[in-house]
Design a binder for this molecule. Sequence first.
Ligand code: AMP
Length: 174
Amino acid sequence: MTVPDWLGDVISTVPDFPIDGISFRDLSPLWASPSAMSRATVALADGAAGVSAVVGIEARGFLVGMALAQRLGVPFVAARKPGKLPGEVIGVDYGLEYGSDRVELQTGALDADDVVVIADDVLATGGTAAAVVSLVRSTGATVHSVRVVLELDGLDGRSPLEGVDVMAIGSVPG
Ligand code: AMP
């Protein structure tokens, strides 16, 4: 486990949630700590000056992404599950271990001039983040990096993100 002490103190590990065998990394204590959240936001912003938008992945990526967008002084854009965004949307389908899912953006939320950070709480298999990378690129925008609070070791989450700069504040066993 490689996490700074201040972050390790605000991660709660819940065995067998939401299903048997999963060690769920609950960041609720991070959300509840203004000082740790502030440190996390500063860490996530390091090296991201100059981007034009932050895309947060539903749902916990909204918490990280909005804080980061505020810190960087740029717009926040929500990447959402199907049926949640009003108006015209664009989307991509992606495979999960069991079944499939879809992620959507509002049409016009990004354009070819944008340089984007994609934010989430946890990088596990990388499937969700990879889908958002391809969705962002489909608008013509450039992906600057994927930034997460925690990366789960042993799940090969960087593989589907090959060629994308991935930054995690800490890593823990998956
Ligand atoms: P991924 O497998 O990288 O597509 O993960 C999908 C989403 O599930 C991420 O956005 C994480 O928020 C969440 N997630 C996956 N595994 C865990 C875990 N062990 N603890 C907490 N969140 C997880």
